[in-house]
Design a protein around this ligand. Sequence first.
Ligand SMILES: NC(=O)c1ccc[n+]([C@@H]2O[C@H](COP(=O)([O-])OP(=O)(O)OC[C@H]3O[C@@H](n4cnc5c(N)ncnc54)[C@H](O)[C@@H]3O)[C@@H](O)[C@H]2O)c1
Length: 253
Amino acid sequence: MTDEQRFSGKTAFLTGVASGLGRATAMQLAREGASVFGVDVDADGLNATRAAITDAGGACETRVVDVRSRDACHDAVAAAVSEFGGLHIVGNIAGVARSHHFTDVTEADYDLIMGVNMAGMFWVSQAAMPHLLESHGTLINIASNAGLMGQAYTVPYCTSKGAVVQFTKSLAMEYVKSDVRINALAPGGMKTALVDGFNMPADLDFSLMQNYMGYRDMAEAEEVASVFAFLASDAASAVHGSIWSADGGLTAS
Ligand SMILES: NC(=O)c1ccc[n+]([C@@H]2O[C@H](COP(=O)([O-])OP(=O)(O)OC[C@H]3O[C@@H](n4cnc5c(N)ncnc54)[C@H](O)[C@@H]3O)[C@@H](O)[C@H]2O)c1
């Protein structure tokens, strides 16, 4: 099956493209004709993503950006617009997850998780919105099943993803009379580095986790990237303000 070219002539600004879902999304959009401006804190991962895209004939620029910084996010969005002459698709994909007993969470843990998962998308979206209004573009925020259900041992992560859900809905309402489409994509488990680095507490009560272990295999990042691409495409023209689950039924129960 060959890819369509749904994004020819369009520019995508994506965070978290050094790995996992961000890389898979960058590669999918680029295969379908988008020029991708990707940011991440991981310089080596960024280089690998850019090489994979350009070696395949696609267009990709990257920049090392810590999305916790408002100034860095605004500068990066401006650089993308200057590089490619506009902005049509914005994907807030960067994220971190840690597992703790609630009482073990440090201020540094809390600031990291809220800073990357929530503040980062706040500042990127703020910088991008004038350009999306101009291009009638689309904004997609990566939430999680963890933003839709309570999960033990991941309170800061769930808090950040719940904030992503509410951020997406409130932004969708503020811009409901514009042509910009604003949605969240809520994956369940995906086989990425984020899951590998979870480090659950050794003495956890496993029975508390059964509700969110799921019934199907974890998704490959590419399976979720294809849902991102659908949401970013004109085929999803009716979708605005939604929290679109791609979790194998996890939140259906
Ligand atoms: N993997 C899962 O099971 C799962 C489930 C639901 C939601 N998600 C969400 O999917 C998104 C992508 O995660 P993934 O699973 O691909 O993990 P991943 O670890 O493979 O990718 C996350 C990327 O974010 C980048 N990042 C971290 N801190 C950053 C910062 N301060 N500034 C810029 N970039 C930063 C990392 O370097 C990495 O490249 C995240 O928002 C995550 O919360 C993941």
